[in-house]
Design a protein around this ligand. Structure first.
Ligand code: GAL
Ligand code: ZN
Length: 673
């Protein structure tokens, strides 16, 4: 039904009188909408009481949409249980880490492990699939919604029992659990499984291995709930792909583990328009989703931007609208980074409920509004981009990312508090600015397609992951590893003998001690004396480090820069080491932006990757298939040197070699023939 790039949003017709539906469909057609998500939060209207579906209204909605040629991504309706289910089974209400049971009256009021919730969700999903599997409008299934968004983990007694079962499966006998969790410490040995609890609020720092296992368990519980619903729809609905919408860099769901159970990867992304660099986090989110898409059950090149706001959201303390052109620029950013579907939350801005001040494609003001004009203009633009659909984004750089390491990194009692997303962003930024495509890869995944692997604070690594990275370098790859990587094993147990134990040979060094820097404190860095290969650039010469200092002893690596002050003065801060037929860079501190850019430029140069230094700040250049997207995130016009002439797919005009791109302007360049 749908061709080219999909366009649309969440459509909640049950929140409106039926008389508005024909107008919705007419305006959708006017805006170029060809795909809408229906039914995600409709449980109380689909099943006002246990039993049969009361879905005549949905039949009529799907028929209307289908007749207009608008495809439907159909929700299983299970994202929020109705009051009757909660009343009959109060035990499904989730419990926080402090032991507080969360009341009905918002959404996602369920414990993922509660049998009564699972049974009801599976029942509803199955009934939906039986009724709508053959419907011509249904082109995709949308299971649940944002798993773990509000309730990333539940600490109730049902969850506690399920956690014990999970631990029994994992460890077999209680002694193995005591070994894995370091039970000798603070007298935490267990004699019996019944003594084991989720890591609830305790007098002081909880056991980190217990917290890590609970995070694994909790992601797994959400996944098994998703799987149960997916199975319920699989048979009747097998003609249409199944997805659930992730939240990008969100801790609750380990997307690399979930991927195989999805046919299509999809994501919701809400960059804050008040953040001048919001486009960086959205770019990272899209690259992550593309990387997850490759691992799905039916590996696809493309992915779905399931939700974004046409303008403001309602859930920040201050909700700034998108600037003129920002909706378009961020939508085309998603297409540039591999999405074939650009959807919003939501079609018609709500008049009631907690989200009534969230923007909609059709705002409260109606069609005589800036938002509507931008919405229809984007529909036309996406129509012009149809040839881009299905083309591939190729990346030569992988940033390693692992949810398990993330969970472990952000437990307390570490040398310093490190926030993974901030670190990932620091390493991603210079690559983004240089027009380098980046994937996110699990440490144990196949790295052979990459030339450069960047490893920011991969605190926890398995033996297999460590070996995978080592082999990548031995076989000729370039790696760039940061401080606090490969410190612990999957039980959160320190790998002894000097850090990072599995990579000491690879890096040609040994870290003896950590010397983190207090917040806001920097340390000057200087180029290593006697360096004559030009690696000490101007940027490095003016450099500072922040956040962290490793005390590095060289074992074959050569210093690239050294601490220039403090008690580590003269000792190496960054190094490189030839290893096998590859090269390994190491960073013992977090350098300022210019220095990190310089180092990543060197690493890319070594790996034979084009690292552009001529892209104006705030402008993004991304290659997808045979197209080059040039996207300005700036408020003012910017001069570009495009290096030659090309055809802009958006205007069919010829542009270049020089061009002026207006505020938040976009070019989609294709070779001239
Ligand atoms: C998402 C959610 C939507 C809507 C939206 C508002 O988290 O999936 O249902 O609440 O946020 O921004
Ligand atoms: Zn629970």
């Amino acid at each position: 039904m749908k061709r080219g790039i999909g366009y649309g949003g969440d459509y909640n017709p049950e929140q409106w009188p039926e008389s508005t539906w024909p107008e919705d469909v007419r305006l959708m057609t006017e805006a170029g909408v060809n795909l809408v998500t229906v039914g995600v939060f409709s449980w109380s209207r689909l099943q006002p009481a246990p039993g049969e579906l009361t879905a005549g209204w949905l039949d009529r909605v799907l028929d209307l949409l289908g007749e207009a040629g608008i495809g439907v991504d159909l929700g299983t309706g299970t994202a929020s249980p109705p009051a009757w289910l909660v009343t009959a089974h109060p035990e499904i209400l989730p419990v926080t880490v402090d032991g507080q049971r969360l009341a009905f009256g918002a959404r996602q009021s369920y414990c993922p492990s509660a049998p009564a919730f699972r049974a009801a969700a599976v029942d509803l999903a199955g009934r939906m699939a039986e009724r709508y599997a053959g419907h011509p409008a249904v082109v995709m299934w949308h299971v649940g919604n944002e798993y773990g968004c509000h309730v990333p983990a539940c600490y109730c007694e049902i969850s506690a029992a399920a956690f014990r079962d999970w631990l029994r499966d994992r460890y077999g006998e209680i002694g193995a659990l005591n070994d894995a969790w370091g039970g000798a410490f603070w007298s935490q040995d267990y004699r019996d499984w019944d003594q084991v609890q989720p890591p609830r609020t305790a007098p002081t720092f909880g056991n980190p291995a217990q917290q890590l296992d609970f995070a694994r368990f909790s992601s797994g519980e959400l996944l098994s709930l998703y799987r149960a619903e997916r199975e319920a729809i699989a048979k009747p609905a097998q003609h249409a792909p199944v997805t659930t919408n992730f939240m990008g860099f969100h801790r609750a769901a380990d997307q690399f583990r979930w991927a195989a159970d999805l046919d299509v990867a999809s994501v919701n992304c809400y960059p804050d328009p008040a953040d001048p660099e919001s486009y960086l986090l959205s770019a990272m989110t899209y690259d992550l989703t593309r990387s997850v898409a490759r691992l799905t059950g039916s590996p696809r090149r493309s992915w779905v931007l399931m939700e974004q706001a046409p303008s403001a959201v309602n859930w920040r303390p201050v909700n700034v609208p998108k600037a003129p052109g920002q909706y378009r620029a961020l939508s085309l950013q998603a297409v540039a980074r591999g999405s074939d579907d650009v959807l919003c939350f939501q079609w018609r801005a709500a008049a009631a409920g907690a989200e009534k001040f969230h923007s909609g494609m059709l705002p409260h003001a109606g069609t005589d509004s800036r938002t509507w004009r931008e919405v229809t203009a984007l529909g036309a633009d996406l129509g012009r981009l149809a040839p881009v659909a299905g083309t591939e984004v190729r990346a030569e750089v992988a940033l390693l990312h692992d949810w398990e390491s993330w969970w472990a990194l952000e437990t307390d009692c570490h040398p310093s508090r490190l926030w993974l997303v901030e670190l990932l962003r620091a390493f991603y930024r210079p690559l983004f600015e240089a027009g380098v495509n980046v994937d996110f890869a699990h440490p144990e995944s196949d790295l052979s397609g990459y030339r450069l692997v960047v490893v920011p604070a991969l605190y926890l690594v398995s033996d297999a992951g460590a070996e995978n990275v080592r082999r990548f370098a031995a076989d000729g790859g370039t790696v760039l590893v940061s401080f606090f990587s490969a410190i612990v094993d999957p039980h959160e147990r320190v790998r002894l003998g000097g850090y990072p134990a599995p990579w000491r040979e690879l890096l040609g060094l040994r870290v003896e001690e950590f010397a983190p820097l207090p917040e806001g404190v920097t340390v000057r860095l200087e180029g290593a004396a006697g360096d004559d290969r030009g690696v000490v650039s101007a940027a490095v010469a003016g450099a500072v480090g922040r956040v962290w200092q490793d005390v590095i002893g060289l074992r074959g690596a050569e210093p690239l820069s050294a601490y220039a002050e403090g008690h580590l003065a003269g000792q190496p801060a960054a190094t490189r080491h030839a290893y096998g037929s590859g090269e390994a860079f190491y960073l013992g501190t977090l350098p300022d932006r210019a220095t990190l850019r310089d180092l990543l430029g060197q690493a890319c140069g070594h790996a034979g990757i084009e690292f552009r230094t001529d892209v104006p700040p705030g402008v993004e250049v991304v290659r997808r298939g045979g197209y080059r997207f040039v996207i300005s995130h700036l408020d003012q016009p910017v001069d570009l040197n495009l290096g030659g002439t090309s055809v802009d797919l958006l205007t069919s005009g010829i542009v270049g070699p020089s061009a002026v791109l207006g505020p938040r302007g976009v070019l989609v360049l294709t070779a001239r023939d």
